[in-house]
Design a protein around this ligand. Structure first.
Ligand SMILES: O=C(O)[C@H](O)COP(=O)(O)O
Length: 301
C-alpha cells in the first residue's frame, strides 16, 4: 500500500507530480481537497509550509513518521514532541538561500532609497532623498548560508564593509565567509544596516529590542527576513518614533500577515512584505522538490 502523504497548502506542481509516483497524495487545496479530519488519522507524511504543527495536532496523527518542512524554519513545529514520538522533521537548508538573500538586499535598497514611500505615488520628490549603499557598512546577525550570500552581494555589488556576529561560529569561520567577526554590541554601533539571519529559538526571541536599537546609529536600517519574533516589533516602532533608528524592511512579523493596525504599518521609512523572501519560481520549485525527496527517502519502500 502506498503511504498517505498530506500536502495541506499548494506547492510546486512538479513536486506534487513527483509525490504522486509513489505516494497516496491528499492535497489540502483545489477540487477534492482533503480535510484534516479525514487525513490526520491516516497520514504517514506531511509536506508542511509555514503553519503550526503542535503536539495536539501531532497527537491526531498516530501514523505520522515524517514532517517535511517546505523551507528551513522549524519554529512552527513541536520538534521536542516529534522527537519523543520518533517523527522525523526534515528541512530544505539550501533551496531558498538565493531568493531570501536577494530579498533581504531588495528590502535594504527599498528602505535606503525610500522606494516604499515613493511607490505610493503621493510622496513629494523633494522628500525622497535616499542614501547610497556603496561603501556603507552592513552588519549581519547570524552568519549561516543566507547571511553569507547577503555578504557576497553586499561586498561584490556595493563594496560594502561586512560585519557579522554568530556565537555558533569561530572568528576564523566568519572571516572565511568574508565578514569581520564582532561582538553584537560593537556590530550594532558600527553598522549602517543590520540584517537578521537566525532561526527563531528561545535564545533568539527578542534578540533586537529597545537596548539594541539604542546602540545603533540613528540612520541605521533594520532588515528582517528570518522570523518575526527575533525583532521586538513594538520596541522597533518606538525606536523609529524616537529617531533612534532610520528605517526597517520586514518580510516577517510575529503575526502574519502583519495586521493593518500594527504600529509598524503606514510608515514612510518601513517597507513590509508578506513573507515572500523564498517565494520565487526558482526557489519554490527547489524547496518543494527537496521536501518531496525527503519524504520519499523516509517513506518509499
Ligand atoms: O522556513 C522557510 O524557509 C521560509 O520561511 C519559507 O517557508 P514556507 O515556504 O514553508 O512558507
Amino acid at each position: 500500500m502506498r503511504p498517505v502523504v498530506w500536502v495541506p497548502r499548494e506547492i510546486h506542481a512538479d513536486a506534487v507530480a513527483d509525490l504522486e509516483t509513489w505516494a497516496d497524495v491528499r492535497r489540502g487545496w483545489g477540487v477534492g481537497a482533503a480535510t484534516e479530519d479525514v487525513v490526520a488519522p491516516v497520514a504517514e507524511g506531511v509536506l508542511l509550509r509555514t503553519a503550526r504543527l503542535d503536539a495536539p495536532q501531532l497527537k491526531r496523527m498516530p501514523r505520522l513518521r515524517v514532517v517535511a518542512r517546505h523551507g528551513v524554519g522549524t519554529d512552527t513545529v513541536d520538534t521536542a514532541y516529534a522527537r519523543e514520538r520518533g517523527i522525523r522533521v526534515t528541512t530544505t537548508p539550501e533551496a531558498n538561500v538565493l531568493s531570501v538573500a536577494e530579498h533581504a538586499v531588495a528590502l535594504l535598497m527599498a528602505v535606503r532609497r525610500g522606494i516604499g514611500a515613493a511607490a505610493t505615488g503621493t510622496a513629494s520628490r523633494d522628500d525622497l532623498i535616499g542614501g547610497e549603499l556603496s561603501g556603507s557598512t552592513l552588519g549581519l546577525i547570524g552568519f549561516g548560508r543566507i547571511a553569507r550570500r547577503v555578504a557576497r552581494i553586499g561586498q561584490g555589488g556595493f563594496g560594502m564593509r561586512v560585519l557579522a556576529h554568530d556565537p555558533g561560529l569561530s572568528d576564523d569561520e566568519v572571516r572565511a565567509g568574508g565578514a569581520q567577526p564582532l561582538p553584537l554590541d560593537v556590530l550594532l554601533s558600527e553598522a549602517d544596516a543590520v540584517s537578521v539571519h537566525v532561526p527563531l529559538v528561545p535564545t533568539t526571541r527578542g534578540l533586537l529590542g529597545a537596548e539594541q536599537f539604542r546602540r545603533m546609529p540613528s540612520h541605521a536600517i533594520v532588515i528582517n527576513t528570518s522570523r518575526g519574533g527575533v525583532v521586538d516589533e513594538y520596541a522597533l516602532a518606538e525606536a523609529l518614533d524616537a529617531g533612534e533608528v532610520g528605517g526597517a524592511g520586514l518580510d516577517v512579523s510575529e503575526i502574519e500577515p502583519m495586521p493593518d493596525d500594527h504600529p509598524l504599518r503606514g510608515r514612510a521609512n518601513v517597507v513590509v512584505t508578506p513573507h515572500i523572501g523564498g517565494q520565487t519560481r526558482e526557489a519554490m520549485r527547489r524547496v518543494a522538490m527537496e521536501a518531496a525527496a525527503a519524504l520519499r527517502s523516509e517513506l518509499a519502500s
